[in-house]
Write a protein that binds this ligand. Structure first.
Ligand SMILES: Cc1ncc(COP(=O)(O)O)c(C=O)c1O
Length: 373
């Protein structure tokens, strides 16, 4: 048999899947990383209309349709206060491909990428696949990433650092001061800041800020997606935006791995971005209510949990054996170490489930807590 590449041998299938496999068929799944809402009706209909009109049978331009890129540019102007030329946007196969092209285009073999620990699993894996070296930085007590810790970790070999706010797996939201500091670090040290903003609309306390708003240099790449924003994970539609030069390099990767994002998904995402946003606000309000119920429940069983300010995850500290006790009783949660060494001693709980199911799960977690203590 032929050998495999050293790069692929450094990556394994996410530990999250193993947890799902261990769970019974009727388990309550608090392991899921997707909203439990339907996609907006007008987004679905736009794809149906485009398919029926025969508009989705051919490749689109590599970057995606101009109409979608205009909708993305308008969204950034409206929500984020920075202007984007539609020509400087690439529609991708979800946020996942956006992260891939960003890392592939900017990280050389042996170069370092600073990533939050615990953090979303793709950052480390994609860095390995690019031949780079992930440099995990531990989070603060409140599970936000400290700009000082990032700055300390920057070396001559650093190609990029990843900011993820609101964050998976912690639900933490970085303050405006932190985001300004990340932009300054990107400027001062001439390193790339990859800002993963896929949970942008789900902020409960405070606001979402993007380093793109504050950087003076072009050292920021923004990754976003329709996946969580509009509950469209299955549509596989994300995007990346940055300076013209950076987009031109990322396009070289995108062109050869993807050609273009799926055409029906582009029509759906355009309609989602241009249409009414009340569906997003309804999801945000539902997540906030559930966050409150979950945090109250966890605190009531004396688990320590920084109040998550966004996304739809909480990450309490848990006693040894807690995750197994919960899974054995039929509630699936993900062990913190699946997200990095510093995740050990924590569990990620997703509250992308209805409130009654969440309340049932809290009672099961209470039993698990008593059993593990
Ligand atoms: C922080 C973060 N970034 C990016 C992604 C990728 O999202 P998708 O490829 O589904 O758009 C996810 C998915 O869970 C995520 O949690």
């Amino acid at each position: 048999m032929t050998e495999f590449s050293a790069r692929v041998e450094r990556v394994s299938i996410s530990g999250i899947r193993e947890v799902f496999e261990a769970a019974g068929a009727d388990a309550i799944n608090l392991g899921l990383g997707q909203p439990d809402f339907p996609a907006p009706e007008h987004a679905r209909q736009a794809a149906v209309d485009a398919i029926e009109a025969g508009e989705t049978d051919a490749y689109t331009s590599n970057k995606g349709t101009l109409e979608l890129r205009e909708a993305i540019a308008a969204k950034h102007g409206r929500d984020n206060g920075f202007s984007v030329d539609p020509d400087d946007v690439i529609a991708t196969a979800g946020g996942s491909e956006a992260l891939h092209v960003a890392i592939e285009a900017h990280v050389d073999s042996g170069q370092e990428v600073i990533v939050p620990d615990p953090g979303f699993v793709s950052y480390e894996a994609l860095t390995h696949l690019a031949g780079g070296e992930p440099r995990p930085v531990a989070l603060r007590e409140d599970l936000t990433m400290s700009p000082a810790a990032v700055e300390d970790a920057v070396t001559d070999d650093t190609a990029a650092f990843v900011v993820n706010s609101p964050a998976n797996p912690t639900g933490a939201v970085q303050s405006e001061a932190d985001i300004r500091a990340f932009a300054r670090i990107a400027d001062d040290h001439d390193v790339l800041c990859i800002s993963d903003e896929v949970y942008e609309p789900f902020v409960f306390d405070g606001e979402h800020f993007s380093p793109m708003t504050y950087a003076d240099s072009d050292n920021v790449v923004v990754v976003n997606a329709a996946s969580k924003f509009y509950s469209m994970t299955g549509w596989r539609l994300g995007w990346v935006t940055a300076s013209h030069e950076r987009v031109e390099r990322m396009l070289r990767v995108h062109q050869y791995v993807q050609a273009c994002a799926s055409a029906p998904a582009q029509f759906a995402a355009e309609a989602a971005l241009d249409g009414p946003q009340d569906h997003v606000e309804e999801m945000r309000e539902a997540f906030e209510r559930r966050r409150d119920v979950l945090v109250d429940g966890l605190e009531d069983m004396s688990l320590q949990v920084p109040t998550p300010k966004g996304a739809f995850y909480a990450m309490p500290r848990v006693p040894d054996g807690w995750v197994d006790e919960a899974i054995d009783r039929g509630v699936v949660v993900v062990p913190g170490e699946a997200f990095g060494d510093h995740g050990a001693g924590h569990a990620r709980i997703s509250y992308a489930v209805g409130i009654e199911t969440l309340k049932q799960a809290i009672e099961v977690m209470r039993e698990a807590t008593n059993a593990a203590r």
